[in-house]
Design a protein around this ligand. Structure first.
Ligand code: XMP
Length: 308
């Protein structure tokens, strides 16, 4: 691990030289490990940016910037929520949503890279992202060069990907060796496009707010089981429920929880019935829009982990 870290620090130094670089930090284990590697390599020539795209979990920008400021790394938060919702407006098709996200993501970063007079964007692409995008499973938001998109031509920067040979469990080891707190190195994966992958149909601030609250309830309810990944998904179809003795056609939330090592394959978590019932009761109790909750039990394959 120490050797790998030293090698990557030297590689980043050699690539970036005396230029500046921007790190795209999301607070997940991948981008956190890359940010620390790049900071150790080029120090103040690294600017770390967290884009608040409105698609993150509760309190994410504040929590992430606090963790990194404790590590001596300053994080600039850029509020781009309106731009992201505008880019996703009216989009229903999963791949169209993913591509719209990718485009606005790199447009916003391109602007920030230009403002910082940086030439490089450091990002936490990992092996599974590349394999699945190249294999045609789905368009992961952070894959450009590997599928023939030139980031310099398209967005004005070169991409540095220090951990692109690693799988998730290996990144966790790197993050631990880099002294990142357990809250980061053992964190559940969260996809770059955030709740855009967990709202089926159109992504609006109102619909994201429902899935965000449901996700917190799922994460809290299931925490003691330490699943690989657990979350809520908001369906586009509705279902009939009852409110104050009256029929109500409301939202449907799916609970998804999986066990996996590298996210390439996954098995549904065997959640105790009582835990599931408690989560379900909390979701319908705390979210008046939701009338139905279901637990999904499909492995990957044939399903993928995320819904789009
Ligand atoms: P799937 O849904 O393909 O997910 O089975 C495999 C793992 O990748 C995460 N995921 C993403 N991560 N950008 C990311 O950074 C993306 O576009 C993306 N799509 C899926 C997913 O959460 C799971 O851990």
């Amino acid at each position: 691990m120490k050797e790998f870290i030293e090698e990557k620090i030297q590689e980043i130094k050699a690539t970036v030289g005396s230029e500046k670089a921007v790190s795209a930090l999301s607070g997940g284990v991948d981008s956190s490990a890359c940010t620390v590697l790049a900071h150790r390599a080029i120090g103040d020539n690294l600017k770390t940016i967290f884009i608040d795209d409105g698609l993150m979990r509760e309190k994410e920008p504040e929590d992430v910037s606090k963790i990194f400021s404790d590590l001596g790394i300053k994080v600039d938060i850029v509020d781009a929520q309106e731009e992201f919702f505008l880019a996703l407006k009216g989009k229903i098709d999963p791949e169209e949503k993913r591509k719209a996200f990718r485009n606005i993501f790199y447009t916003v970063f391109g602007r920030e890279v230009l403002k910082s007079e940086a030439k490089f964007l450091v990002q936490g692409t990992i092996a599974a992202d590349i394999i699945e995008t190249q294999g045609g499973v789905k368009t992961q938001h952070n894959i450009l060069e590997q599928i023939g998109i030139d980031p310099e031509k398209g967005y004005g920067f070169k991409v540095v990907e220090p951990i692109k040979e690693l799988f998730k469990h290996q990144v966790r080891e790197v993050a631990k060796s880099l002294d990142l707190p357990e809250m980061i190195h053992q964190r559940m994966p969260f996809p770059g496009p955030g709740f855009a992958t967990r709202v089926i149909g159109e992504v609006t601030p109102e619909r994201v707010s429902i899935v965000r609250k449901a996700t917190r309830i799922v994460e809290e309810g299931i925490a003691s089981l330490k699943p690989f990944q657990a979350f809520a998904v908001l369906m586009s179809d509705k279902g009939t429920g009852i409110e104050s003795g009256q029929r109500k056609f409301g939202d449907v939330i799916i609970i998804r929880s999986v066990e996996s090592k590298d996210a390439m394959t996954a098995e549904p978590t065997q959640i105790p019935w009582e835990t599931l019932m408690n989560i379900s009761k909390r979701i319908t109790g705390e979210l008046p829009e939701v009338v139905r909750v279901a637990y999904e039990i499909t492995p990957k394959p044939p399903a993928t982990i995320e819904y789009i």
